[in-house]
Ligand binder design. Structure first.
Ligand SMILES: CCC/C=C/C=C/C(=O)SCCNC(=O)CCNC(=O)[C@H](O)C(C)(C)COP(=O)(O)OP(=O)(O)OC[C@H]1O[C@@H](n2cnc3c(N)ncnc32)[C@H](O)[C@@H]1OP(=O)(O)O
Length: 285
């Protein structure tokens, strides 16, 4: 990237070549997600910094893998409660019940699209979670491909305690990859806090590290390993994994057949095969 874009609620850096670190950047509010992150008026269209950022990274050639983390002492404590209250007040100003419902529906849609931009980004996104991961923080992490955590994290699928059905990822994406549905449902229905042991049991996170520093190093190292693989193969794998998650087995075979009919033409295959030690040795003979 010639120069990294700047945002109010996100901080971008490049810790390794082709690796972009995206930090939620409201540390004093424990990275609670506010209107700016979801919902900015740009050229009369509502866009969000999160959506703009991930759509930009999706097409940015110098970025192959993204690490998403929170600055300060938390990953994210979920939706900004002030934002939730203000948008509720806005809807109260509307008299017609159907208009009120349309207003709320479009607000939910904008927030869904903001977080979904991560799921739809065709490059792997690794969540490095620490401190707190609450409510929409869990939704946010569920939109990522790989989730690592430090041991200190407190998780909560908090929505039921707020009288809400989780609607931005936790119940829409996570159940497709969850390992223990019984425990997952218990955590959804009770909203109780849980630790990294239970987060690992349900399959929310794959690895736990002793400190936040070690966590971030591990996430960046993993990103670096992936960034050095064939980007055609990695990006194609994410596209096919997401497609497979959302379609039937027959559809998946058809999709990958068509996909690879084109992608098998890449020079990456020759280069990758030549790079394996067996062939390297043979070519010396
Ligand atoms: C249509 C959209 C659907 C989306 C739904 C999403 C739902 C959800 O996300 S539900 C979850 C909502 N989040 C919460 O209920 C968490 C609220 N925060 C806390 O309970 C505590 O902050 C916490 C236990 C996480 C940490 O406590 P601690 O004593 O360590 O810190 P605090 O002094 O409380 O927090 C520091 C400052 O951050 C502000 N803050 C934290 N979380 C939020 C939040 N979610 N929204 C707004 N502000 C938040 C907190 O007020 C403090 O600010 P200040 O007083 O200015 O220092």
């Amino acid at each position: 990237m010639a120069s990294l874009p700047t945002y109010e609620t996100l901080k971008l850096s490049q810790p390794k070549p082709h690796v972009t670190l995206v930090e939620l950047n409201r540390p004093t509010k424990l990275n609670a997600m506010n209107q700016k992150l979801f919902d900015e008026m740009v050229l009369f269209f509502f866009l969000s910094e999160l959506k703009i950022c991930f759509e930009q990274l999706n097409i940015e050639k110098t970025c192959r893998v993204i690490v998403l983390t929170g600055s300060g002492r938390a990953f994210s404590t979920g939706i900004d409660i002030e934002y939730l209250v203000t948008s509720g007040a806005k809807s109260a100003e509307i008299d017609d019940i159907a208009q009120k419902i349309l207003h709320t529906r479009s607000m939910i849609q904008r927030i869904q699209e903001s977080l979904r931009a991560i799921d739809k980004c065709e490059k792997p996104v690794i969540a490095a979670i620490h401190g707190y991961c609450i409510g929409a923080g869990v939704d946010l992490s569920s939109c990522c491909d790989i989730r690592y955590s430090s041991r200190d994290t407190t998780f909560s699928i908090k929505e039921v305690d707020m009288g809400l059905v989780p609607d931005i990822g936790t119940l829409q994406i996570l159940p497709k990859s969850i390992a223990n549905h019984s425990l997952f449902r218990e955590l959804v229905f009770t909203s109780r806090t849980f630790d990294t042991n239970e987060a690992q049991q349900i399959g929310l996170i794959s690895r736990v590290f002793d400190t936040r520093e070690i966590l971030l190093d591990a996430a960046i190292s993993l990103a670096n390993v992936i960034a050095n693989k064939s980007s055609i193969a990695v990006q194609g794998s994410k596209i096919n994994l997401n497609y497979a998650r959302d379609h039937t087995v027959d559809d998946n075979f058809t999709f990958v057949r068509t996909w690879n009919s084109g992608m098998l033409l890449t020079e990456d295959i020759v280069n990758s095969v030549m790079a394996t030690s067996v062939l390297k040795e043979k070519s010396k003979l």
